[in-house]
Design a protein. Structure first.
Lengths: 427, 289
């Protein structure tokens, strides 16, 4: 049988040790055990960060790293977290759930991580949540977007160790519907990823747009498996349905490939109203350059042109100077994660998981993306990300946002208790 | 409806011919050397990256890039065969698989070091990005070009193997290595040459992918190599005729599947592969063991 708590023998050992240490004087034996006064935070503070660093999406890992490393350099140069040095170790998540769990266990059990961060895939995030409870370490999710993570795992199952600093699928499904309702398109179609993320977003988009604009019709859907390089058969399906509006949560390289192939097939000449919820990603914009058509609605989890504040503009300039890139959204979430840990640890005066959870829940963070508020109930960061129309700008070698529309997070994010139609927008 | 079916057919043909371009080299190498070369996908990837770089250096002359890029990869293929693969021919199949798979990992990381981990969108090339209306809907000219190149490569390979002196030697060496060397064929040199030719075919597929896929990513060879393997298995490992037909079937099946039975489109190719393996384990044109 495993004994919990302090046994009599431990008690004796501790008393003898403490007494002995006191007798020998300071410097000979450091006091340990229950009576020892431990310093408030024993450094360094270690963050285990996992992101995709191999295969077709390896660029995302690089962008995560740039943000997190930059925050670490700044924090350590300014005296660390409550005086303790911040250390980050990166591991390749490979997008597979078993690998994500292996990484988390390595970070905590072997490397001694105090906090975990990263994770790109929704499947991985859902698989990690129960593991985080078991390991009792905080995981700050910086990219995975499934709303089930915060609604079900955090809110309903009470896994308090999980937080999310990036916008979830609400931004991709609900907010997109708010943009779509003002467009003169009634029939909509999609080509989206053939997995959880793609299905969830389209379902959310349909539900919310259906409520906002009851005469909207959804005429075709074509689901592209992960790793699709040939979208031409899917484009045929959409062209056959001849919709007025088009919505796609394709992302990263697959979105680049899709846009090029759709352009060749003349799809953007026929369909005038196009929404790309994760089109405002730097890899997509840089990859497409001038080939991204104008007047496409796009969004992301952060876009470097928004908000137009001193904090953000200054950060973008520093980032560009440091890495010769404009920050991708995962760079911002990776960067802000380190500052969220810093603020919470300093407020808690400890790096103990339960105390930092209390500090993080409900905490307001000033970040490049603007004010972020970690919602108490589901640990989801509330902050606004714009939707914008693509346009050329001679200042940038890629398309940027022209006209911008901001759907406030409190208007388009589902609300606790996440049950029944009144917890979903419009409110 | 007619317009739709014609376009689904065309999309399927271009998909199939594109897979064939990659599967041809894989099949040739297996047929002659008996090596299942996982690294074939890496040659495809290297072909794409070399072409892309040459494009940048030579002012967007795609055809010159397509000529020189695969030749650079042939040097890589030579080194792989001459200094590594040659030593595992006598060993059991798993050693060959392990070695070629090791090269996959190696080349993926090499590409990340040289060209960066991010994906690269290839530039639009003048003359290749247009499309022509077919039954009122635009079809990319470049896809038509791929549909044309596929059969040309097939005819070229058939002529080379069946109608030339060199082809006869290759066929002799692949059917009986010992006898061929006994009558004076320098089998190791011949194997190197065939491997380089197979490498060239894979790299050529990669070069052609630059405008076709429109995107270069580290690991881009891994998804195409799966399709190429499926095609090779359906057609019969080592049979070029089988690979060509298999590629056509897979291309059309996936195109029609995506359009008309989208729920099962991912399964269709694998169901077909399973059915072929049950009914004819050696593949459509494979020789019974």
């Amino acid at each position: 049988m495993e004994k919990k708590g302090i046994t009599r023998r431990d008690f004796m050992k501790a008393s003898v040790l403490t007494a002995g240490a006191a007798a020998l004087g300071p410097g000979v034996l450091k006091p340990t055990g229950v009576w020892a006064a431990t310093p408030k935070i024993k450094g360094p503070i270690k963050v285990g960060y996992q992101a995709i660093m191999s295969g077709a999406l390896a660029g995302y890992g690089e962008f995560h790293k740039m943000g997190a490393v930059m925050a670490m350099e700044e924090i350590n140069a300014a005296g660390g977290i409550a005086g303790a040095k911040l250390e980050i170790e990166f591991r390749d998540s490979t997008l597979k759930a078993p690998e994500a769990i292996k990484n988390a266990r390595y970070f905590v059990d072997s490397w001694g991580a105090d906090f975990l961060a990263g994770v790109d895939s929704s499947g991985q995030a859902l698989a990690l949540a129960p593991v985080m409870k078991e390991l009792d370490r905080i995981l700050m999710v910086t990219h995975a977007a499934t709303e089930k993570l915060t609604e079900e795992q955090v809110y309903k199952k009470g896994i308090k160790q999980v937080f999310r600093i990036c916008t979830p699928t609400y931004q991709d499904g609900n907010a997109a519907a708010f943009v779509a309702k003002d467009l003169p398109a009634k029939t909509w179609a999609t080509i989206s990823p053939k997995y959880e993320y793609g299905y969830t977003c389209w379902e959310m988009f349909k539900n919310t747009l259906g409520k906002l604009k009851p005469d909207a019709k959804f005429v075709a859907e074509s689901w592209a498996p992960f790793g699709t390089t040939d979208f031409r058969p899917h484009i045929n399906t959409i062209m056959d349905a001849n919709p007025e509006g088009f919505y796609s949560t394709e992302w990263a390289g697959e979105l680049i490939t899709f846009v090029k192939q759709a352009k060749q097939a003349g799809m953007f000449d026929k369909i005038k109203h196009v929404l790309f919820p994760v089109g405002a990603a730097m890899d997509v914009l840089e990859g497409l350059g001038n080939e991204m058509p104008d007047n496409i609605w796009m969004s992301g989890r952060y876009f470097f042109q928004y908000p137009d504040t001193h904090i953000n503009n200054d950060w973008v300039a520093r980032f560009h100077k440091r890495w010769n890139h404009y920050p991708a959204y995962v760079s911002e979430t990776g960067y802000s994660t380190m500052y969220a840990f810093k603020k919470a640890v300093e407020a808690a005066g400890s790096k103990e998981t339960s105390k930092v959870i209390d500090a993080l829940a409900g905490m307001m963070l000033v970040s490049p993306a603007g004010y972020r508020n970690f919602r108490k109930e589901d640990h989801q960061a509330m902050y606004d990300v714009p939707w914008g129309l693509t346009k050329s700008d001679p200042k940038y070698p890629f398309k940027v946002m022209g006209k911008q529309v901001v759907i406030p997070a409190k208007e388009c994010f589902n609300r606790p208790p996440f049950e029944g139609p009144e917890t979903m927008p419009p409110f | 409806m007619l317009e739709s079916i014609v376009h689904v057919c065309l999309a399927g043909l271009s998909t199939g011919m594109f897979i064939w371009l990659v599967a041809s080299g894989l099949t040739l190498i297996f047929g002659v050397l008996g090596v299942l070369n996982f690294a074939h996908g890496s040659f495809y990837m290297l072909g794409a990256y070399f072409c892309y770089t040459l494009l940048g250096l030579m002012g967007d002359n795609f055809w010159l890039g397509l000529l020189l890029g695969p030749l650079c990869v042939c040097v890589v293929g030579f080194v792989v065969e001459r200094y590594f693969l040659r030593y595992v021919y006598p060993l059991a199949l798993p050693y060959q698989l392990l070695l070629t798979f090791a090269f996959v990992l190696l080349f993926d990381d090499l590409v990340k070091v040289v060209w960066g981990a991010g994906s690269i969108g290839s530039p639009t090339l003048p003359g290749l990005s247009g499309s022509i209306p077919i039954l009122g809907r635009n079809f990319p000219v470049y896809s038509l070009f791929i549909i044309g190149v596929g059969p040309l490569v097939a005819i070229g390979m058939w002529a080379l193997l069946e109608k030339t002196w060199w082809g006869r030697i290759i066929r002799a060496a692949s059917s009986d290595r010992e006898m061929a060397s006994a009558i004076g064929v320098r089998v190791p040199a011949l194997f190197t040459a065939v491997f380089i030719f197979g490498t060239w075919l894979g790299a050529m597929g990669g070069g052609l992918a630059v405008p076709y896929v429109g995107l270069l990513t580290p690991g881009m060879g891994e998804s195409i190599i799966i399709d190429a393997f499926v095609v090779a298995v359906i057609g019969g490992l080592g049979s070029l005729k089988g690979a060509f037909l298999g590629a056509l079937i897979i291309g059309l099946l996936s195109s029609f599947g995506t359009r008309f039975i989208p729920t099962f489109d991912m399964f269709l190719t694998f169901i077909l592969m399973a059915a072929v393996l049950l009914w004819r384990p050696q593949g459509l044109f494979g020789e019974a063991a």
